[in-house]
Design a protein around this ligand. Sequence first.
Ligand code: ZN
Length: 281
Amino acid sequence: MFISVSLCLCGIFKKDHLTNPTASVKPHQQMDESQFELDALAVFSHPDDAELSVSGTLLRLKSMGYRTAVLDMTRGEMGTRGTPELRAEEAVEAARLMKLDLRLNLGLPDGHIWLTEESRAAVVRVIRSHRPKILLTTHWDDPHPDHANTCRIVRDAARLATMGRYDLKEDEATQPPVKMPAIMHSLFSRHVVPSFIVDVSDFVEEKMASIRAHASQFYQAESQEPATRISDPAFLTQIEDRMRYFGSLIGVAAGEPFYVLEALNVDDPVALLTRPMNIYS
Ligand SMILES: [Zn+2]
């Protein structure tokens, strides 16, 4: 089975963003969007996962001039609330609020994400098309099987994308292999100690707005839909509380925690270790 990459979500906001004079993507305005090169690509299972996990970091990267994108593995059709069509509209609005250059959706079946040849090849093709320098994804220690499997698919795909003879197709234009992108895993488990925490203090409001763009999923007083764990009004408070907690560990107002499997190569330990920290972290 060939799983095509849906570009249907990206055209609406990408066009607007490319006409923004402050955007950092001018050299690529003439580029076919299917070949649009990225600095950071966040790969998550469901249409609101990137917003909940790493949108503060994506907003920070965008403010620094990097090209950012989200790849959703599914359309979230297993969700108790909302429809795939409504969720797609919400994802477009959230992408605008996260200031993404691109948002893609693989259309894999929600609740049935598996590490298969098809799922690996689909992510390899996205990596080769957009050549991101870093990938942001879930940690493998995640209670949701879709999230844990997405992590495994991303790790496999990042490596396979470097192998020139992997996924060679005689009937398609060959995508050249890439240098393996670095992978940073977003953390929700208290059992994993972060490798680093990104200061997202300046992006809390924009992050929470991108989450609330998924209005079908979260608390709305007038909603007639069934209540879920994440539609409880306390859920979004907890998300913000977590940001405040991880920020406190590095002595700032808000942070997002990440784990990197590989040893970090530090150029300047003085610059690294004289940034705000908390000796009680
Ligand atoms: Zn999810």
